[in-house]
Design a binder for this molecule. Structure first.
Ligand code: B16
Ligand code: MG
Length: 220
């Protein structure tokens, strides 16, 4: 086996909550009257809520006080949580579910490595609350991606060395975090453009062959 553990990012990898983040930030940007598009949104992937707000505010003329920033971050989160109410077990694809179950059957440890403080709520809504061997998320870290803390904590919780863990990411900041943690990284979506990604995961079930070391063809 090439890797003993897989650490999955959550938003944008296991579930399309990245769409809900986009819609919630768009509401805030519209209220502030600043431009917000997919290009700006891609910079928000994997980074903490407050760091996202700073990016959204880059084109806002007036400096905001800490209280105002806290207000907008909280409003965004309320809108996001409203959208999360639509999430159900139907939002986890069979392809992803089957791949994770196969990995587990091969003795691979599975963890979550997400910057989100809402990770446990999301896992509950998609029926995966008791599924993972470890969950490292926005509630147990001081620094969000691109800092490696969230992945290093996950490997620590699993008791598996970083070099034996493979990270799955959709965010540029997430790939940076994995590399800084000394972990290989398989990428999807926006992170497909990262030049240092270890594997490009165009088809999720390919993950099984990558982890078992049966396929070097997808090496980036
Ligand atoms: P929250 P991931 C990240 O989750 C999102 O990609 C990022 O856009 C978001 O700002 C961050 O979580 C914090 O989320 O506001 O719910 O605490 O991709 O690392 O799973
Ligand atoms: Mg993500």
């Amino acid at each position: 086996m090439k890797y003993q553990a897989v650490i999955f990012d959550l938003d944008g990898v296991l579930v399309h909550t990245d769409r809900y983040h986009y819609l919630a930030w768009k509401t805030i940007a519209d209220e502030l009257g600043v431009t917000f598009d997919e290009k700006i949104n891609n910079r928000l992937r994997g980074v903490s809520r407050m760091a996202c707000l700073e990016i959204v505010l880059e084109t806002y003329d007036e400096p905001l006080t800490d209280e105002q920033k806290a207000y907008y971050a909280e409003r965004k989160n309320q809108r996001y949580k409203q959208l999360l109410e639509e999430l159900s077990t139907q939002d986890l694809s069979d392809e992803i579910r089957h791949t994770m179950v196969s990995l587990r059957e091969h003795g691979v440890k599975l963890a979550i490595g997400s910057s989100s403080k809402n990770a446990k709520l999301i896992l509950q809504r998609i029926g995966l609350d008791d599924f993972f061997d470890a969950v490292s998320d926005g509630t147990n870290i001081v620094h969000s991606k691109p800092h490696p803390e969230v992945f290093l904590k996950a490997s620590d919780y699993l008791g598996i060395l970083p070099q034996q863990c493979l990270v799955i990411e959709d965010a540029m900041a997430g790939v940076e975090a994995a590399l800084a943690a000394n972990m290989d990284c398989a990428v999807m979506g926006d992170a497909l453009g990262h030049p240092q990604a270890t594997y490009r995961l165009n088809h999720f079930p390919d993950l099984l062959h990558i982890v078992l070391g049966q396929d070097e063809k997808r090496k980036a």
